[in-house]
Every structure is written in structure tokens, then in C-alpha cells.
Write a protein that binds this ligand. Sequence first.
Ligand SMILES: C[S@@+](CC[C@H](N)C(=O)[O-])C[C@H]1O[C@@H](n2cnc3c(N)ncnc32)[C@H](O)[C@@H]1O
Length: 256
Amino acid sequence: MGTDDDLETTTAQLREAGCVAAREEAAELVEAAGGDVARLRELVARRCSGEPLAWLIGSVRFCGETVFVCPGVFVPRRQSERLALEAVARLPEHGLAVDLCTGAGAIAVVLARRRPLARVVASEIDPLAVECARTNRVEVFEGDMTASLPAELLGQVDVVTAVVPYVPTGELRFLARDVLAYEPRRALDGGEAGTVLLARAALEAAPLLRSGGSLLLELGGDEADLLRPVLAENGYREVELLVDEEGDPRALFGRH
Ligand SMILES: C[S@@+](CC[C@H](N)C(=O)[O-])C[C@H]1O[C@@H](n2cnc3c(N)ncnc32)[C@H](O)[C@@H]1O
């Protein structure tokens, strides 16, 4: 355990480095250091240089669940929590869900914890993220989008979720400096219009879904307008747009 002095000093260092939630983060780092002064110094230096807090303390809270996050793996975002909860609402008690591009597995974790009798399967291309998702006890298949998923899932799935990389390549430079410096580009870059993997997710989820099953795609900017025709072409109906508190598009849902 750290002392009050550790907490005060760490808070001041983080504030000086421009950290917005300096006190809360300081408390997390002091706890993670477990009273080891050298370790605390190292963690503070890494945080001040912009390394994600989740990598330093080893986890993040997502929909109230603790999700382990390994260094090098995309940190699950608070903005994805609503999509995860919408997916839970659409998943029957004994249902089947697939989380594409699962990363550390946060959405799969929420689905599995809230629907313990359902089967939740995930895919992910990055071996480091696959390992991390397995630490979170996610049944994850390593591979490109749906390529490695078992054939037995075809036509059986109630819910497919996908938080794919969707930042247009030309807009990557507008991301926060720390995100660009640390988080893997492969987790962010969605190609020229940002929709390359979104369109693939819609296309490849269609044969997995049972009749009436749901697809939930996180997106941003004008991507919903670009994706609507793709959803229509692939047999999705009842397409709904989810907007955030600022009225910005955050996700597109459709039924197959
Ligand atoms: C924006 S991150 C989201 C991760 C996770 N869904 C979440 O919300 O925390 C996108 C993830 O997609 C993975 N990815 C990128 N291209 C992929 C592909 N072709 N097939 C499967 N996963 C892919 C990345 O490695 C990364 O983990």
C-alpha cells in the first residue's frame, strides 16, 4: 500500500504532465505499485509519457466488469459500452453471440457475464490481443474477421458485435497524440473512408446470423450513410442509428 505522501506526489506529477483525472489515476498507480517506490516511479514516468493507464495497471472497467488489458492491445473505450449493453439485450439466455475484432475481449466478457448460459465466440487477428482475450476467458479464434470461426456457427448466431478499426486513414493524424504513439495502428486504421472493415463485418456476419439475428457495428462521422446501402444489399432490415449525448452517430444496428 502507498502512503498519503505517495498519492499527493503522484497526483502533482500527473497534473503537471497534463493528466486530466490526475488524482484518480494517481490512486490507481499507487495501488498497482503495491508500496514499491521504484515501481511507482517507473509507472508514473510511463504514464507521464502517455502510455495508457490500462496497460500500467493491467485492466480497465467496462460496463462494470474488470477486463484485463495487456500492453500493446487496444484499450476498450467507454463509448463502446452502450453497444455492448444493446447486444446483451438482444442475446437470448441460451443464445449464441460472436464478437468480431474482439481485441482484449471486453464486449465478449460483458456478453458472457450477463448471459452466462449463452455461448460467446470471438475473432481477432492480432496474436497479442488473442492472448489477452484468452486471459479474459474469451473463446477466441485467431484469424482475419470470420475466416477462423467454426463452420457450425453458420446461420445460428443471435448477435454479432463488431468494433472494428474505423478511423479513415487520412484522419489518423487527428487522434490524440498518446493514442497514435502507443495504440496499434492495426486497431485504428479503417482504410480510405474508414469503412473497409465495417463493410467486411456486415458482409461476413450475414451468413452467420440466424433469421432475425442482430448485427451491431460501432462507427463514427458519416460512416453510417456509407454503410446503410451495404446493410441493405446484404439483407439487413430494421436498421437503427445510435447517437451519443452530443447527437453524433456511434453505432448502426440491423436485423438479418
Ligand atoms: C478498435 S479495436 C477494438 C477492439 C475491441 N472490439 C474493443 O472494443 O475493445 C479493433 C480490433 O480489431 C482487430 N483487427 C484489425 N483487423 C482485423 C481483422 N482483419 N480481423 C480480425 N481482427 C482485426 C485489431 O487487432 C483490434 O484488436
